[in-house]
Design a protein around this ligand. Sequence first.
Ligand code: GAP
Length: 531
Amino acid sequence: MADAKSGELMEKIVSLCKRKGFIFQSSEIYGGLNGFWDYGPLGADLKRNVKEAWWNRMTRMRDDIAGLDATIIMHPRIWKASGHVDTFTDPMVDCKTCKGRFRADQVHEIPCPQKPSKMVCECHGEKTEARPFNLMFETTVGPIRSDDNIAYLRPETAQAIFVQFKNVLETARQKVPFGIAQVGKAFRNEVTPRNFTFRSREFEQMELEFFIKPDEAVEAICGSVAVPSAPGHPGEPRPDWGWKMWHQYWVEERIRFYEEIGLPRTTLEEYWQKPAELAHYARATVDLLFKFPFGTQELEGIAARSDFDLSQHQRFCGKPMTVFDEELKAAWPRLDAPKQESLKQQYLQSRLNYLVRAGEEKEKAEAQAKADAEALGKGYYVPHVIEPSAGVDRLTLALLCNAYSEDQAPDEKGKMETRIVMRLHPRIAPVKVAVFPLLKNKPELVRKALEVRDLLRPHMPVFYDEAGAIGRRYRRQDEGGTPFGITVDFDTLGEKGPDLKDTVTLRERDSMRQERVRIADLPSILMDKIR
Ligand code: GAP
Protein backbone atom coordinates (compact mmCIF):
# COMPACT_ATOMS: atom_id res chain seq x y z
CA MET A 1 0.00 0.00 0.00
CA ALA A 2 1.40 3.41 -0.92
CA ASP A 3 1.98 5.82 1.99
CA ALA A 4 2.20 9.63 2.05
CA LYS A 5 5.96 9.57 1.40
CA SER A 6 5.54 7.35 -1.67
CA GLY A 7 2.75 9.66 -2.85
CA GLU A 8 5.13 12.60 -2.51
CA LEU A 9 7.83 10.73 -4.42
CA MET A 10 5.39 9.91 -7.22
CA GLU A 11 4.39 13.57 -7.43
CA LYS A 12 8.06 14.54 -7.76
CA ILE A 13 8.55 11.99 -10.56
CA VAL A 14 5.43 13.13 -12.45
CA SER A 15 6.53 16.75 -12.13
CA LEU A 16 10.08 15.96 -13.31
CA CYS A 17 8.66 14.03 -16.28
CA LYS A 18 6.77 17.12 -17.40
CA ARG A 19 9.54 19.62 -16.56
CA LYS A 20 12.23 17.69 -18.42
CA GLY A 21 10.09 16.55 -21.36
CA PHE A 22 9.80 12.86 -20.58
CA ILE A 23 5.99 12.56 -20.40
CA PHE A 24 3.15 15.04 -21.00
CA GLN A 25 -0.57 14.68 -20.56
CA SER A 26 -2.14 13.99 -23.94
CA SER A 27 -4.21 16.88 -25.37
CA GLU A 28 -3.12 18.99 -22.39
CA ILE A 29 -4.16 22.36 -23.82
CA TYR A 30 -7.72 21.01 -24.14
CA GLY A 31 -7.76 19.80 -20.55
CA GLY A 32 -6.22 16.38 -21.22
CA LEU A 33 -7.80 13.02 -21.94
CA ASN A 34 -7.88 10.54 -19.11
CA GLY A 35 -5.67 7.50 -19.70
CA PHE A 36 -3.67 8.92 -22.61
CA TRP A 37 -0.08 10.19 -22.42
CA ASP A 38 2.46 11.68 -24.81
CA TYR A 39 6.22 11.20 -24.65
CA GLY A 40 8.26 14.39 -24.99
CA PRO A 41 11.76 14.70 -26.48
CA LEU A 42 13.56 12.78 -23.72
CA GLY A 43 10.71 10.32 -23.17
CA ALA A 44 10.44 9.45 -26.85
CA ASP A 45 14.13 8.49 -26.95
CA LEU A 46 13.95 6.64 -23.63
CA LYS A 47 11.00 4.59 -24.83
CA ARG A 48 12.66 3.92 -28.17
CA ASN A 49 15.78 2.68 -26.35
CA VAL A 50 13.68 0.36 -24.18
CA LYS A 51 11.99 -1.13 -27.24
CA GLU A 52 15.28 -1.45 -29.09
CA ALA A 53 16.94 -3.19 -26.15
CA TRP A 54 14.07 -5.70 -26.04
CA TRP A 55 14.01 -6.18 -29.82
CA ASN A 56 17.79 -6.65 -30.03
CA ARG A 57 17.85 -9.16 -27.21
CA MET A 58 14.90 -11.08 -28.60
CA THR A 59 15.57 -11.09 -32.32
CA ARG A 60 19.05 -9.86 -33.24
CA MET A 61 20.96 -11.77 -30.58
CA ARG A 62 19.17 -15.08 -31.21
CA ASP A 63 18.61 -17.40 -34.15
CA ASP A 64 15.37 -18.87 -32.86
CA ILE A 65 13.12 -15.77 -32.77
CA ALA A 66 11.70 -13.90 -35.75
CA GLY A 67 10.02 -10.50 -35.75
CA LEU A 68 6.58 -9.33 -36.85
CA ASP A 69 4.90 -5.94 -37.29
CA ALA A 70 1.17 -6.48 -37.77
CA THR A 71 -1.80 -4.11 -38.09
CA ILE A 72 -3.69 -2.71 -35.12
CA ILE A 73 -7.10 -3.42 -36.68
CA MET A 74 -7.55 -7.04 -37.68
CA HIS A 75 -10.41 -9.32 -38.70
CA PRO A 76 -13.02 -9.17 -35.91
CA ARG A 77 -13.31 -12.99 -35.82
CA ILE A 78 -9.82 -13.05 -34.33
CA TRP A 79 -11.20 -11.50 -31.15
CA LYS A 80 -14.05 -13.98 -31.06
CA ALA A 81 -11.55 -16.86 -31.34
CA SER A 82 -9.25 -15.39 -28.70
CA GLY A 83 -12.14 -14.95 -26.25
CA HIS A 84 -11.82 -11.16 -26.07
CA VAL A 85 -15.30 -10.44 -27.48
CA ASP A 86 -16.97 -12.59 -24.84
CA THR A 87 -14.72 -12.39 -21.81
CA PHE A 88 -12.33 -9.42 -21.96
CA THR A 89 -14.33 -7.51 -19.38
CA ASP A 90 -13.92 -5.78 -16.05
CA PRO A 91 -16.72 -5.66 -13.50
CA MET A 92 -18.02 -2.09 -13.46
CA VAL A 93 -20.21 -0.26 -10.96
CA ASP A 94 -21.80 3.21 -11.06
CA CYS A 95 -22.07 5.47 -8.03
CA LYS A 96 -25.68 6.56 -7.66
CA THR A 97 -24.62 9.83 -6.01
CA CYS A 98 -21.58 11.16 -7.86
CA LYS A 99 -22.37 9.18 -11.08
CA GLY A 100 -18.75 8.07 -11.15
CA ARG A 101 -17.86 4.74 -12.80
CA PHE A 102 -15.46 2.39 -11.05
CA ARG A 103 -13.98 -1.04 -11.41
CA ALA A 104 -15.85 -3.01 -8.78
CA ASP A 105 -12.65 -4.57 -7.46
CA GLN A 106 -10.98 -1.16 -7.06
CA VAL A 107 -13.69 0.81 -5.32
CA HIS A 108 -12.67 1.77 -1.82
CA GLU A 109 -14.72 -0.26 0.55
CA ILE A 110 -15.98 2.40 2.94
CA PRO A 111 -19.20 1.41 4.71
CA CYS A 112 -22.16 3.37 3.39
CA PRO A 113 -23.57 5.53 6.22
CA GLN A 114 -27.17 4.68 5.30
CA LYS A 115 -26.79 0.95 4.50
CA PRO A 116 -23.56 -0.36 6.09
CA SER A 117 -23.72 -3.62 4.11
CA LYS A 118 -23.45 -1.72 0.81
CA MET A 119 -20.21 -0.98 -1.02
CA VAL A 120 -19.56 2.74 -1.59
CA CYS A 121 -16.88 4.91 -3.21
CA GLU A 122 -14.98 7.88 -1.79
CA CYS A 123 -18.08 10.10 -2.06
CA HIS A 124 -19.97 7.55 0.06
CA GLY A 125 -22.62 7.10 -2.61
CA GLU A 126 -24.42 3.82 -3.03
CA LYS A 127 -23.29 1.62 -5.93
CA THR A 128 -25.19 -0.24 -8.63
CA GLU A 129 -24.69 -3.99 -9.00
CA ALA A 130 -21.44 -4.86 -10.81
CA ARG A 131 -21.85 -5.59 -14.52
CA PRO A 132 -19.28 -6.67 -17.12
CA PHE A 133 -17.76 -3.95 -19.28
CA ASN A 134 -15.82 -4.99 -22.40
CA LEU A 135 -12.48 -3.20 -22.59
CA MET A 136 -12.05 -3.30 -26.35
CA PHE A 137 -12.36 -0.05 -28.30
CA GLU A 138 -14.78 -0.50 -31.18
CA THR A 139 -14.66 1.17 -34.57
CA THR A 140 -16.17 0.53 -37.99
CA VAL A 141 -14.24 -0.26 -41.13
CA GLY A 142 -15.32 1.43 -44.36
CA PRO A 143 -17.78 4.21 -45.08
CA ILE A 144 -20.91 2.51 -43.72
CA ARG A 145 -21.47 2.43 -39.98
CA SER A 146 -23.22 -0.83 -39.24
CA ASP A 147 -22.89 -3.82 -36.95
CA ASP A 148 -21.50 -5.81 -39.87
CA ASN A 149 -18.51 -3.47 -40.10
CA ILE A 150 -17.51 -3.45 -36.44
CA ALA A 151 -13.83 -3.94 -35.81
CA TYR A 152 -11.66 -3.49 -32.73
CA LEU A 153 -8.43 -1.73 -31.90
CA ARG A 154 -6.29 -4.63 -30.73
CA PRO A 155 -6.22 -5.02 -26.95
CA GLU A 156 -2.94 -7.00 -27.19
CA THR A 157 -0.33 -7.60 -29.86
CA ALA A 158 -0.22 -11.35 -29.24
CA GLN A 159 -3.13 -12.43 -31.44
CA ALA A 160 -1.49 -11.17 -34.63
CA ILE A 161 1.41 -13.47 -33.86
CA PHE A 162 -0.88 -16.48 -33.64
CA VAL A 163 -2.72 -15.68 -36.84
CA GLN A 164 0.55 -15.12 -38.77
CA PHE A 165 2.17 -18.17 -37.19
CA LYS A 166 2.19 -20.28 -40.37
CA ASN A 167 3.47 -17.47 -42.60
CA VAL A 168 6.35 -16.70 -40.25
CA LEU A 169 7.19 -20.37 -39.73
CA GLU A 170 7.52 -20.88 -43.45
CA THR A 171 9.20 -17.65 -44.49
CA ALA A 172 11.67 -17.51 -41.60
CA ARG A 173 12.49 -21.22 -42.18
CA GLN A 174 12.09 -21.93 -38.48
CA LYS A 175 11.33 -25.18 -36.69
CA VAL A 176 9.62 -25.63 -33.31
CA PRO A 177 10.91 -24.59 -30.79
CA PHE A 178 11.04 -21.03 -32.07
CA GLY A 179 9.47 -17.68 -31.24
CA ILE A 180 7.82 -14.68 -32.86
CA ALA A 181 8.33 -11.25 -31.32
CA GLN A 182 6.29 -8.11 -31.79
CA VAL A 183 6.31 -4.59 -30.36
CA GLY A 184 3.37 -2.30 -30.89
CA LYS A 185 0.37 -0.34 -29.72
CA ALA A 186 -2.49 -1.89 -27.78
CA PHE A 187 -5.71 -0.24 -26.62
CA ARG A 188 -7.92 -0.98 -23.65
CA ASN A 189 -10.84 1.16 -22.55
CA GLU A 190 -9.82 0.81 -18.90
CA VAL A 191 -12.63 1.70 -16.51
CA THR A 192 -10.27 3.52 -14.18
CA PRO A 193 -6.93 4.44 -15.76
CA ARG A 194 -4.54 5.46 -12.99
CA ASN A 195 -1.09 5.76 -11.49
CA PHE A 196 0.28 7.99 -14.24
CA THR A 197 1.09 5.81 -17.28
CA PHE A 198 0.82 2.55 -15.34
CA ARG A 199 -2.73 1.83 -16.46
CA SER A 200 -3.38 3.71 -19.69
CA ARG A 201 -5.98 3.34 -22.40
CA GLU A 202 -3.42 3.45 -25.19
CA PHE A 203 -0.09 1.78 -24.54
CA GLU A 204 2.58 -0.38 -26.13
CA GLN A 205 3.41 -4.00 -25.56
CA MET A 206 6.49 -6.10 -26.25
CA GLU A 207 5.28 -9.66 -26.67
CA LEU A 208 6.99 -12.91 -27.48
CA GLU A 209 5.15 -16.08 -28.34
CA PHE A 210 7.65 -18.90 -28.01
CA PHE A 211 6.31 -22.08 -29.62
CA ILE A 212 7.37 -25.41 -28.17
CA LYS A 213 6.66 -29.08 -28.75
CA PRO A 214 4.02 -30.71 -26.57
CA ASP A 215 5.63 -32.82 -23.83
CA GLU A 216 4.37 -36.01 -25.52
CA ALA A 217 6.41 -35.16 -28.65
CA VAL A 218 9.50 -34.34 -26.54
CA GLU A 219 9.20 -37.67 -24.74
CA ALA A 220 8.79 -39.57 -28.00
CA ILE A 221 11.92 -37.93 -29.46
CA CYS A 222 14.17 -37.79 -26.38
CA GLY A 223 12.91 -40.69 -24.27
CA SER A 224 12.11 -38.43 -21.31
CA VAL A 225 11.09 -34.85 -20.51
CA ALA A 226 13.44 -32.65 -18.48
CA VAL A 227 11.74 -30.72 -15.68
CA PRO A 228 13.29 -28.02 -13.46
CA SER A 229 15.40 -29.44 -10.66
CA ALA A 230 16.60 -26.18 -9.11
CA PRO A 231 15.55 -22.53 -9.11
CA GLY A 232 17.43 -20.07 -11.34
CA HIS A 233 18.39 -20.01 -14.99
CA PRO A 234 18.43 -23.51 -16.47
CA GLY A 235 21.16 -22.65 -19.02
CA GLU A 236 21.23 -23.19 -22.77
CA PRO A 237 18.04 -24.79 -24.17
CA ARG A 238 18.11 -28.53 -24.74
CA PRO A 239 15.95 -30.76 -26.94
CA ASP A 240 14.54 -32.68 -23.95
CA TRP A 241 13.03 -29.60 -22.29
CA GLY A 242 9.32 -29.80 -21.53
CA TRP A 243 7.09 -26.77 -21.02
CA LYS A 244 8.09 -26.34 -17.37
CA MET A 245 11.78 -25.93 -18.30
CA TRP A 246 10.93 -23.48 -21.07
CA HIS A 247 8.74 -21.52 -18.73
CA GLN A 248 11.45 -21.25 -16.09
CA TYR A 249 13.96 -20.37 -18.80
CA TRP A 250 11.84 -17.45 -20.01
CA VAL A 251 11.20 -16.15 -16.50
CA GLU A 252 14.95 -16.04 -15.89
CA GLU A 253 15.75 -14.62 -19.33
CA ARG A 254 13.33 -11.79 -18.72
CA ILE A 255 14.84 -11.00 -15.31
CA ARG A 256 18.29 -10.90 -16.95
CA PHE A 257 16.95 -8.42 -19.49
CA TYR A 258 15.68 -6.15 -16.73
CA GLU A 259 19.04 -6.36 -14.96
CA GLU A 260 20.83 -5.41 -18.18
CA ILE A 261 18.86 -2.19 -18.53
CA GLY A 262 19.26 -1.15 -14.93
CA LEU A 263 16.48 -2.77 -12.89
CA PRO A 264 18.28 -4.94 -10.34
CA ARG A 265 16.67 -8.23 -9.27
CA THR A 266 16.09 -6.67 -5.85
CA THR A 267 13.59 -4.22 -7.39
CA LEU A 268 11.56 -7.08 -8.83
CA GLU A 269 9.35 -9.77 -7.33
CA GLU A 270 8.10 -12.99 -8.88
CA TYR A 271 4.47 -13.79 -8.27
CA TRP A 272 3.43 -17.32 -9.25
CA GLN A 273 -0.31 -17.24 -9.88
CA LYS A 274 -2.25 -19.70 -7.76
CA PRO A 275 -4.22 -22.42 -9.60
CA ALA A 276 -7.52 -20.63 -8.93
CA GLU A 277 -6.14 -17.39 -10.46
CA LEU A 278 -4.93 -19.00 -13.70
CA ALA A 279 -6.81 -18.52 -16.96
CA HIS A 280 -8.47 -21.86 -17.80
CA TYR A 281 -5.99 -22.62 -20.59
CA ALA A 282 -2.86 -21.54 -18.69
CA ARG A 283 -0.65 -24.13 -17.03
CA ALA A 284 1.39 -21.60 -15.09
CA THR A 285 1.81 -17.83 -15.04
CA VAL A 286 4.50 -15.81 -13.33
CA ASP A 287 3.97 -12.09 -12.93
CA LEU A 288 7.15 -10.07 -12.64
CA LEU A 289 6.32 -7.23 -10.28
CA PHE A 290 8.18 -3.97 -9.79
CA LYS A 291 8.22 -1.96 -6.57
CA PHE A 292 6.56 1.24 -7.85
CA PRO A 293 6.16 4.09 -5.34
CA PHE A 294 2.37 3.42 -5.42
CA GLY A 295 2.83 -0.28 -4.65
CA THR A 296 4.36 -3.48 -5.97
CA GLN A 297 2.64 -4.06 -9.29
CA GLU A 298 2.86 -6.12 -12.49
CA LEU A 299 5.46 -5.24 -15.08
CA GLU A 300 5.24 -8.37 -17.19
CA GLY A 301 3.43 -11.69 -17.24
CA ILE A 302 5.10 -14.92 -18.39
CA ALA A 303 2.42 -17.48 -19.16
CA ALA A 304 2.57 -21.10 -20.26
CA ARG A 305 -0.58 -21.03 -22.40
CA SER A 306 -0.65 -24.68 -23.62
CA ASP A 307 -1.85 -25.08 -27.24
CA PHE A 308 -4.98 -23.02 -26.60
CA ASP A 309 -4.35 -20.04 -28.89
CA LEU A 310 -3.37 -21.84 -32.09
CA SER A 311 -6.10 -24.44 -31.45
CA GLN A 312 -8.72 -21.70 -31.14
CA HIS A 313 -7.69 -20.12 -34.44
CA GLN A 314 -7.63 -23.56 -36.05
CA ARG A 315 -11.25 -24.08 -34.98
CA PHE A 316 -12.44 -20.61 -35.92
CA CYS A 317 -10.73 -20.22 -39.31
CA GLY A 318 -10.93 -23.88 -40.29
CA LYS A 319 -7.27 -24.00 -41.37
CA PRO A 320 -4.73 -26.33 -39.74
CA MET A 321 -2.32 -24.76 -37.28
CA THR A 322 -0.42 -28.03 -36.88
CA VAL A 323 3.25 -28.38 -37.72
CA PHE A 324 4.98 -31.40 -39.18
CA ASP A 325 7.93 -32.50 -37.06
CA GLU A 326 10.46 -34.71 -38.93
CA GLU A 327 12.17 -35.73 -35.70
CA LEU A 328 8.91 -36.89 -34.19
CA LYS A 329 7.96 -38.85 -37.28
CA ALA A 330 11.36 -40.54 -37.29
CA ALA A 331 11.29 -41.27 -33.54
CA TRP A 332 7.78 -42.69 -33.34
CA PRO A 333 8.38 -46.11 -35.03
CA ARG A 334 11.34 -46.68 -32.67
CA LEU A 335 9.02 -46.58 -29.61
CA ASP A 336 7.57 -49.84 -28.35
CA ALA A 337 3.80 -50.31 -28.66
CA PRO A 338 2.92 -49.64 -24.96
CA LYS A 339 4.92 -46.39 -25.06
CA GLN A 340 3.20 -45.29 -28.26
CA GLU A 341 -0.16 -46.09 -26.71
CA SER A 342 0.53 -44.26 -23.44
CA LEU A 343 1.79 -41.12 -25.23
CA LYS A 344 -1.21 -41.18 -27.56
CA GLN A 345 -3.59 -41.54 -24.62
CA GLN A 346 -1.92 -38.67 -22.76
CA TYR A 347 -2.11 -36.44 -25.85
CA LEU A 348 -5.68 -37.50 -26.58
CA GLN A 349 -6.72 -36.55 -23.06
CA SER A 350 -5.08 -33.13 -23.28
CA ARG A 351 -6.72 -32.40 -26.67
CA LEU A 352 -10.07 -33.64 -25.35
CA ASN A 353 -9.83 -31.36 -22.30
CA TYR A 354 -9.18 -28.40 -24.57
CA LEU A 355 -11.99 -29.23 -27.02
CA VAL A 356 -14.60 -29.82 -24.31
CA ARG A 357 -13.68 -26.60 -22.51
CA ALA A 358 -13.84 -24.78 -25.84
CA GLY A 359 -17.47 -25.87 -26.08
CA GLU A 360 -17.29 -28.65 -28.69
CA GLU A 361 -20.01 -31.32 -28.42
CA LYS A 362 -18.79 -34.42 -26.59
CA GLU A 363 -18.93 -36.77 -29.59
CA LYS A 364 -17.30 -34.35 -31.98
CA ALA A 365 -14.63 -33.55 -29.39
CA GLU A 366 -13.84 -37.23 -28.83
CA ALA A 367 -13.54 -37.92 -32.54
CA GLN A 368 -11.30 -34.86 -33.04
CA ALA A 369 -9.08 -35.71 -30.05
CA LYS A 370 -8.67 -39.26 -31.36
CA ALA A 371 -7.68 -37.95 -34.79
CA ASP A 372 -5.20 -35.51 -33.16
CA ALA A 373 -3.62 -38.40 -31.21
CA GLU A 374 -3.30 -40.46 -34.40
CA ALA A 375 -1.71 -37.47 -36.14
CA LEU A 376 0.85 -37.18 -33.33
CA GLY A 377 2.19 -40.64 -34.29
CA LYS A 378 2.68 -39.32 -37.83
CA GLY A 379 4.62 -36.26 -36.66
CA TYR A 380 1.84 -33.62 -36.45
CA TYR A 381 0.82 -31.48 -33.49
CA VAL A 382 -0.41 -28.01 -32.55
CA PRO A 383 2.54 -26.26 -30.85
CA HIS A 384 2.27 -25.11 -27.25
CA VAL A 385 3.37 -21.61 -26.32
CA ILE A 386 5.21 -19.71 -23.61
CA GLU A 387 4.30 -16.02 -23.64
CA PRO A 388 6.47 -13.33 -22.00
CA SER A 389 4.32 -10.20 -22.35
CA ALA A 390 5.65 -6.83 -21.17
CA GLY A 391 4.33 -3.27 -21.29
CA VAL A 392 6.65 -0.64 -22.80
CA ASP A 393 5.03 2.21 -20.88
CA ARG A 394 5.04 0.34 -17.58
CA LEU A 395 8.68 -0.54 -18.03
CA THR A 396 9.54 3.05 -18.96
CA LEU A 397 7.73 4.21 -15.83
CA ALA A 398 9.55 1.61 -13.72
CA LEU A 399 12.89 2.81 -15.12
CA LEU A 400 12.01 6.42 -14.37
CA CYS A 401 10.92 5.58 -10.80
CA ASN A 402 14.01 3.49 -10.23
CA ALA A 403 16.29 6.21 -11.62
CA TYR A 404 14.92 9.10 -9.57
CA SER A 405 17.24 10.09 -6.75
CA GLU A 406 18.26 13.08 -4.72
CA ASP A 407 21.70 13.66 -3.26
CA GLN A 408 23.85 16.53 -2.07
CA ALA A 409 26.29 18.31 -4.35
CA PRO A 410 28.20 21.60 -4.12
CA ASP A 411 26.82 24.59 -6.07
CA GLU A 412 28.94 27.18 -7.90
CA LYS A 413 30.09 28.69 -4.60
CA GLY A 414 30.81 25.36 -2.94
CA LYS A 415 27.63 25.40 -0.85
CA MET A 416 25.91 22.00 -0.64
CA GLU A 417 22.52 21.77 -2.33
CA THR A 418 20.07 19.04 -3.21
CA ARG A 419 20.77 17.53 -6.60
CA ILE A 420 18.10 15.62 -8.52
CA VAL A 421 19.66 12.86 -10.59
CA MET A 422 18.00 10.41 -12.92
CA ARG A 423 20.30 7.43 -12.60
CA LEU A 424 19.20 5.83 -15.86
CA HIS A 425 21.43 3.02 -17.12
CA PRO A 426 23.69 4.40 -19.92
CA ARG A 427 22.26 1.71 -22.23
CA ILE A 428 18.78 3.27 -22.16
CA ALA A 429 19.51 6.92 -21.24
CA PRO A 430 18.01 9.17 -23.96
CA VAL A 431 21.09 11.40 -24.27
CA LYS A 432 24.40 9.63 -23.72
CA VAL A 433 26.72 12.58 -23.44
CA ALA A 434 26.53 16.36 -23.13
CA VAL A 435 29.26 18.63 -24.49
CA PHE A 436 29.96 22.01 -22.92
CA PRO A 437 32.40 24.78 -23.82
CA LEU A 438 33.51 26.27 -20.48
CA LEU A 439 32.50 29.75 -21.68
CA LYS A 440 30.23 30.63 -24.55
CA ASN A 441 31.86 33.96 -25.32
CA LYS A 442 35.22 32.41 -26.24
CA PRO A 443 34.98 31.41 -29.92
CA GLU A 444 37.97 29.00 -29.67
CA LEU A 445 36.25 27.06 -26.86
CA VAL A 446 32.94 26.99 -28.73
CA ARG A 447 34.61 25.87 -31.95
CA LYS A 448 36.44 23.04 -30.18
CA ALA A 449 33.31 21.94 -28.30
CA LEU A 450 31.35 21.80 -31.57
CA GLU A 451 34.14 19.68 -33.05
CA VAL A 452 33.82 17.26 -30.12
CA ARG A 453 30.03 17.14 -30.60
CA ASP A 454 30.45 16.37 -34.30
CA LEU A 455 33.05 13.70 -33.55
CA LEU A 456 30.64 11.86 -31.24
CA ARG A 457 27.35 12.41 -33.08
CA PRO A 458 27.66 9.52 -35.54
CA HIS A 459 28.09 7.14 -32.60
CA MET A 460 25.52 8.26 -30.01
CA PRO A 461 22.95 10.94 -29.09
CA VAL A 462 24.88 14.04 -28.00
CA PHE A 463 23.55 17.27 -26.48
CA TYR A 464 25.46 20.50 -26.89
CA ASP A 465 24.87 23.19 -24.27
CA GLU A 466 26.66 26.51 -23.84
CA ALA A 467 24.02 28.39 -21.79
CA GLY A 468 24.63 29.33 -18.16
CA ALA A 469 27.21 28.45 -15.54
CA ILE A 470 28.86 25.06 -16.00
CA GLY A 471 27.44 23.73 -12.70
CA ARG A 472 23.90 24.55 -13.84
CA ARG A 473 24.52 22.82 -17.14
CA TYR A 474 25.63 19.68 -15.27
CA ARG A 475 22.49 19.80 -13.11
CA ARG A 476 20.23 20.07 -16.15
CA GLN A 477 21.82 16.96 -17.63
CA ASP A 478 21.71 15.11 -14.29
CA GLU A 479 17.95 15.66 -14.18
CA GLY A 480 17.58 14.33 -17.71
CA GLY A 481 19.63 11.23 -16.91
CA THR A 482 22.59 12.00 -19.24
CA PRO A 483 25.34 9.71 -17.93
CA PHE A 484 28.38 11.65 -19.18
CA GLY A 485 29.41 15.28 -19.53
CA ILE A 486 32.39 16.65 -21.45
CA THR A 487 33.84 20.09 -20.77
CA VAL A 488 36.12 21.85 -23.21
CA ASP A 489 38.30 24.34 -21.29
CA PHE A 490 41.45 26.40 -21.75
CA ASP A 491 43.65 23.35 -21.14
CA THR A 492 41.98 21.79 -24.20
CA LEU A 493 43.31 24.67 -26.26
CA GLY A 494 46.83 24.00 -24.94
CA GLU A 495 47.02 27.15 -22.84
CA LYS A 496 48.66 25.27 -19.95
CA GLY A 497 51.12 23.54 -22.21
CA PRO A 498 51.18 20.94 -24.95
CA ASP A 499 50.53 17.94 -22.62
CA LEU A 500 46.88 18.84 -22.02
CA LYS A 501 46.21 20.13 -25.53
CA ASP A 502 43.25 18.31 -27.11
CA THR A 503 42.18 16.75 -23.85
CA VAL A 504 38.82 17.36 -22.09
CA THR A 505 37.26 16.56 -18.74
CA LEU A 506 34.85 13.62 -18.79
CA ARG A 507 32.40 13.72 -15.90
CA GLU A 508 30.40 10.73 -14.73
CA ARG A 509 26.86 11.63 -13.67
CA ASP A 510 26.38 9.40 -10.62
CA SER A 511 29.77 9.75 -8.90
CA MET A 512 30.43 13.24 -10.34
CA ARG A 513 34.02 12.02 -10.78
CA GLN A 514 35.98 13.78 -13.52
CA GLU A 515 38.92 12.51 -15.51
CA ARG A 516 41.04 14.08 -18.20
CA VAL A 517 40.93 12.20 -21.49
CA ARG A 518 42.16 12.74 -25.02
CA ILE A 519 39.51 13.90 -27.50
CA ALA A 520 40.63 11.24 -29.95
CA ASP A 521 39.90 8.52 -27.37
CA LEU A 522 36.37 9.75 -26.55
CA PRO A 523 34.43 7.61 -29.08
CA SER A 524 35.92 4.33 -27.89
CA ILE A 525 35.80 5.24 -24.17
CA LEU A 526 32.14 6.21 -24.40
CA MET A 527 31.09 3.38 -26.71
CA ASP A 528 32.44 0.93 -24.12
CA LYS A 529 30.41 2.59 -21.38
CA ILE A 530 27.09 2.78 -23.20
CA ARG A 531 27.11 -0.69 -24.82
N1 GAP B 1 -1.04 -11.16 -24.31
C1 GAP B 1 -1.10 -11.18 -22.89
C2 GAP B 1 -1.43 -9.89 -22.30
O1 GAP B 1 -1.77 -8.93 -22.99
P1 GAP B 1 -1.64 -8.65 -20.01
O2 GAP B 1 -1.18 -9.08 -18.65
O3 GAP B 1 -3.05 -8.25 -20.15
O4 GAP B 1 -1.30 -9.88 -20.96
C3 GAP B 1 0.69 -7.67 -20.64
O5 GAP B 1 -0.71 -7.49 -20.53
C4 GAP B 1 1.42 -6.44 -20.17
O6 GAP B 1 0.94 -5.29 -20.88
C5 GAP B 1 1.22 -6.10 -18.70
O7 GAP B 1 2.09 -6.83 -17.88
C6 GAP B 1 1.53 -4.62 -18.68
O8 GAP B 1 2.92 -4.40 -18.64
C7 GAP B 1 1.00 -4.16 -20.03
N2 GAP B 1 -0.34 -3.57 -19.87
C8 GAP B 1 -1.51 -4.22 -19.83
N3 GAP B 1 -2.53 -3.35 -19.67
C9 GAP B 1 -1.98 -2.12 -19.60
C10 GAP B 1 -2.50 -0.80 -19.46
N4 GAP B 1 -3.80 -0.56 -19.37
N5 GAP B 1 -1.64 0.24 -19.43
C11 GAP B 1 -0.30 0.03 -19.55
N6 GAP B 1 0.24 -1.18 -19.70
C12 GAP B 1 -0.57 -2.26 -19.74
